[in-house]
Design a protein around this ligand. Structure first.
Ligand SMILES: Cc1ncc(COP(=O)(O)O)c(C=O)c1O
Length: 286
């Protein structure tokens, strides 16, 4: 991954309706969302010049905003065109797209009334996240909150405070990512990806009722069902983990990544994981 800081690059960023030079895409330090965590964002990938599931990602950005009572001032159609323009403007064929919407600096206080919503879309090259290697997860002490305590279906910046804490603790302990439980003690997800378990030829995944129902998760469920695999969405408890023969995570950034261990328990990178990895890789470039 490039070490060039993200605020000091050549290229263009789409900001509130137009492409601006990369280094000019700035916001004021008194922006409401910087203080109160209420920005919403997306992460999509560009494969061969095309953004995979662009409409779904753009619609989810709108939904994320709506869940925070934040109406995004550009339609899905306008944001899709803007994304295509910024991909072309940076001459990118493969990479990552980061749209973000945030509340401006018109007013500062816990209430967001009176703030104006701003939107930016940036793209940059981003190779495979784990270079196709299997990763180790460490159970986190941080728990995903109840939907009664947080807008858990929104890809809201503030919710990532937990993910950053969990992930950095896992990395410091020699793992690649955290394994997160929810407020009930059930298996939830990793810090930026959903979890799947192969148990006796079936695919089990936690019901997405307090975390993001990832677009990759939905795509992989579709791929698995299309090849006749039984997919079971249900409450999964941590004491069931030794019963799994294979574990993998899914997400736009990580795509389909095999898990080789959760804490001390090791897993093989098995045939179901490998074939879903291959099918996903084919689909995104189709
Ligand atoms: C917390 C979290 N869970 C799951 C996912 C996977 O979602 P998707 O497959 O839509 O990228 C992401 C990534 O966006 C995420 O940040």
């Amino acid at each position: 991954m490039s070490l060039v800081p993200l605020d000091d690059r050549d290229g263009v960023i789409w900001l509130n309706g137009k492409l601006v030079p990369w280094r000019d895409a700035k916001l004021h330090v008194l922006s409401h969302s910087l203080h109160y965590g209420n920005a919403v964002f997306e992460g999509a990938r560009i494969y061969g010049g095309k953004v995979f599931k662009l409409t779904e990602h753009t619609e989810r950005l709108h939904t994320s905003g709506r869940l925070l009572n934040m109406e995004i001032p550009y339609s899905v159609a306008v944001l899709e065109e803007a994304t295509k323009a910024v991909v072309a403007g940076n001459d990118l064929t493969d990479g990552y797209v980061r749209p973000i919407a945030w509340r401006g600096a018109e007013v500062l206080g816990v209430s967001a009334a009176g703030t104006k919503v701003q939107v930016a879309i940036a793209v940059w090259p981003w190779p495979a996240y784990y270079a196709d290697k299997a990763i180790k997860l460490k159970t986190s002490r941080w728990k995903r909150p109840s939907p009664e305590s947080a807008p858990t279906a929104s890809k809201c910046a503030g919710l990532y405070v937990l993910c950053t804490l969990a992930r950095d603790e896992a990395i410091a302990a020699g793992y690649q990512d955290a394994f997160m439980l929810d407020y009930r003690g059930q298996v939830a997800e990793a810090t930026g990806a959903n979890l799947f378990f192969v148990m006796d030829g079936e695919l089990h995944t936690p019901t997405a009722d307090c975390f993001l129902n990832g677009l990759t998760r939905q795509t992989v469920i579709g791929l698995a069902k299309a090849r006749g695999l039984k997919v079971i969405e249900r409450a999964i408890w941590p004491n069931e983990l030794p019963k799994a023969q294979e574990v993998f995570i899914t997400g736009t950034a990580v795509e389909v990544t095999a898990v080789s261990a959760i804490d001390d328990h090791a897993y093989e990178v098995g045939p179901i994981t490998k074939s879903l990895q291959a099918e996903y890789a084919k689909l995104v470039r189709a």
